[in-house]
Design a protein around this ligand. Structure first.
Ligand code: SAH
Length: 214
């Protein structure tokens, strides 16, 4: 998702109390920052933040961090976040996910959500996909033992690639469906912005849940 550059978005983000600004100095200290020992769940590429905000509302005993690389997109999430200042379990970070191991210690993250990640359809860009082997390795560097990744997409090619890559890298497939909304896994499903849009157009939603190699 790329919105046109919104003048002032960097400044608005810099001033927000809901955005972590010095994320690399938070490595190993996330539970201190949230002020409790609750699990930490992150969404990488949260877009406008609808999904992670609803997660935070429904699960006050889980700490959430939404990661997004573009200021113009993060600003949209922030506008919604600011209307709910009482949500204590949600922060945002503007960063490129490649550097995730600089921000979280091994074992510091309990679960990762990847929702409608950019497909990068050309082979030469495969390493940029958030479910590529390079990224899976980075996730292993922050996830706790038995940590789980949940991935949703309407893009069949990206889904096939992701299932294959996960298997090749030794991850255990805990759940896999090519039609989430008509599957046993749909109960409690929180729709993302892209999910609403694409399922509204008749696209089936693919979902996998994978556990890292022990
Ligand atoms: N998760 C949202 C948005 C999906 S679009 C939804 O399902 O509705 C994918 C989002 O991921 C975009 O906002 C894009 O800017 C962000 N993104 C893509 N690659 C990223 C990366 N490497 N690091 C951080 N954010 C990324």
């Amino acid at each position: 998702m790329r919105l046109r550059n919104i003048p002032g978005s960097r400044e608005a983000i810099a001033e927000s109390e809901f955005v972590i600004h010095d994320e690399e100095s938070c490595k190993g200290k996330w539970r201190e920052i949230f002020g409790n020992d609750n699990p930490v769940y992150i969404e990488i590429g949260m877009g406008k933040g609808t999904f992670i905000m609803e997660c935070a509302r429904r699960n006050p005993d889980i700490n959430y961090i939404g990661i997004e690389k573009y200021s113009s997109v993060l600003l949209r999430a922030l506008e919604k976040r600011e209307q709910e200042p009482d949500l204590k379990n949600l922060y945002f970070i503007r960063m490129e996910a490649e550097y995730i191991e600089n921000v979280f210690e091994k074992d510091e993250v309990d679960s990762i959500y990847l929702n409608f990640s950019d497909p990068w359809p050309k082979d030469r860009n495969a390493k940029r996909r958030l479910t590529s082997d390079r990224f899976l390795k980075r996730y292993t560097g922050v996830l706790k033992k038995d940590g789980v990744i949940t991935f949703k997409t309407d893009n069949i090619d990206l889904f096939d690639f992701s299932v294959e890559t996960a298997k090749e890298c030794g991850w255990e497939i805990l759940a896999e469906t090519r039609d989430l909304h008509h599957s046993e896994y749909n109960e409690g499903n929180i729709m993302t912005e892209y999910e609403k849009k694409f399922s509204g157009l008749g696209h089936k939603i693919n979902m996998m849940k994978i556990k890292q190699p022990s």
